[in-house]
Design a protein around this ligand. Structure first.
Ligand code: ZN
Ligand code: ZN
Length: 252
C-alpha cells in the first residue's frame, strides 16, 4: 500500500482539500500510474456541485497523463516507465466494446461513475479506513492512482505529458469542432486511435490545443477550478509532478 497526496472533495459543493490517502493494491488488470498532469473539465465540476449522483468523499479528475509505475499480473501491453493518457474505462467484452464502441459499453456508468472499481472495492482509503470514491476509473487529482488497463492509451516517449492529459476527454470530444480538416471517421471516437492522431496533428502544428490551456500548480486546484467556471481559462491543466521535465519550459 502506498501513500498518495490527493485533492479530496468531502461533500457536495465542498472545496478540493489536500489529504494523504492510502492507495490500495492493484488487481491483475490494473496499473499504478504516477500522474504528471491533469486537465480540469466541466464534468469534474458537475460532480463536485452534486449535479451527478456520486458518493463522497471522492477524488475527481479524468483527464490525466502520467507514467506507469506498476502493472498487474495479466497486463500485457504496458510496462513500467511507459507514458500514458488515461481515458475512460470499458468492460472490453460486451457487444458495444467488441464492435468498437467502448463509449457505449453496457457497464459504462458503473465502471466510470460508480466510485469503486470493477470488483466494487475502493481505490483510495483515508487513514481511518474511510473509503474514498474514484472517478472515471482514474482519479487523476492524485500524485499516484490506480487505473484499469482498458483506460490506457500509450503515447510516445517524446510526447510531453504536461500538455496531453486533456486529450483523454475534453479535446477528444471537442476535437471535431476545433480542428479543421479532422473529419471524424469510424473509430475516431475510440481513444486508442484518436489520441495518437491528435498528438500527431499537434506535432505538425495542425492542432494548437496549447493555445487554449493555462497551467497551474497542483496546490492551485481551487483557483484553477474557479477560473474554468468563470471562463477566465478555457482549459486549466494542473502540473501534479513538477519534477517531470523540470529543465524544459512548459509547452507553448
Ligand atoms: Zn472531461
Ligand atoms: Zn463493454
Amino acid at each position: 500500500m502506498m501513500k498518495v497526496k490527493a485533492a479530496v472533495v468531502n461533500q457536495v459543493n465542498g472545496p478540493y482539500e489536500f489529504e494523504e490517502l492510502d492507495l490500495q493494491e492493484i488487481n491483475h488488470d490494473e496499473v499504478v500510474v504516477k500522474v504528471v498532469a491533469s486537465g480540469i473539465c466541466h464534468s469534474d465540476e458537475a460532480l463536485r456541485v452534486g449535479d451527478a449522483e456520486s458518493p463522497f468523499p471522492a477524488v475527481l479528475g479524468h483527464e490525466g497523463a502520467g507514467i506507469v509505475e506498476q502493472v498487474g499480473s495479466s497486463v500485457k501491453n504496458f510496462k513500467v516507465g511507459d507514458q500514458v493518457v488515461m481515458a475512460y474505462n470499458s468492460c472490453g467484452t460486451c457487444q458495444s466494446c467488441r464492435t468498437g464502441h467502448p463509449s457505449s459499453c453496457n457497464d459504462w456508468a458503473a465502471l466510470n461513475m460508480g466510485g469503486v472499481r470493477s470488483d466494487r472495492q475502493p481505490v483510495f482509503k483515508k487513514a481511518d479506513g474511510t473509503p474514498v470514491s474514484n472517478f472515471f476509473s482514474q482519479s487523476s487529482f492524485s500524485t499516484y492512482t490506480v487505473t484499469n488497463v482498458n483506460n490506457l492509451i500509450k503515447v510516445s516517449d517524446d510526447a510531453d505529458l504536461r500538455i496531453i492529459g486533456p486529450l483523454g476527454c475534453g479535446f477528444l470530444t471537442g476535437a471535431g469542432t476545433v480542428v479543421n480538416g479532422l473529419k471524424p471517421k469510424v473509430g475516431d471516437s475510440i481513444p486508442q486511435f484518436a489520441i495518437p492522431k491528435l498528438i500527431e496533428f499537434h506535432q505538425q502544428g495542425k492542432f494548437a490545443f496549447d493555445k487554449l490551456v493555462k497551467f497551474y500548480k497542483f496546490d492551485e486546484i481551487n483557483e484553477a477550478s474557479a477560473d474554468s467556471n468563470s471562463g477566465v481559462t478555457i482549459k486549466p491543466i494542473l502540473i501534479i509532478d513538477e519534477t517531470y521535465r523540470a529543465g524544459e519550459p512548459l509547452p507553448s
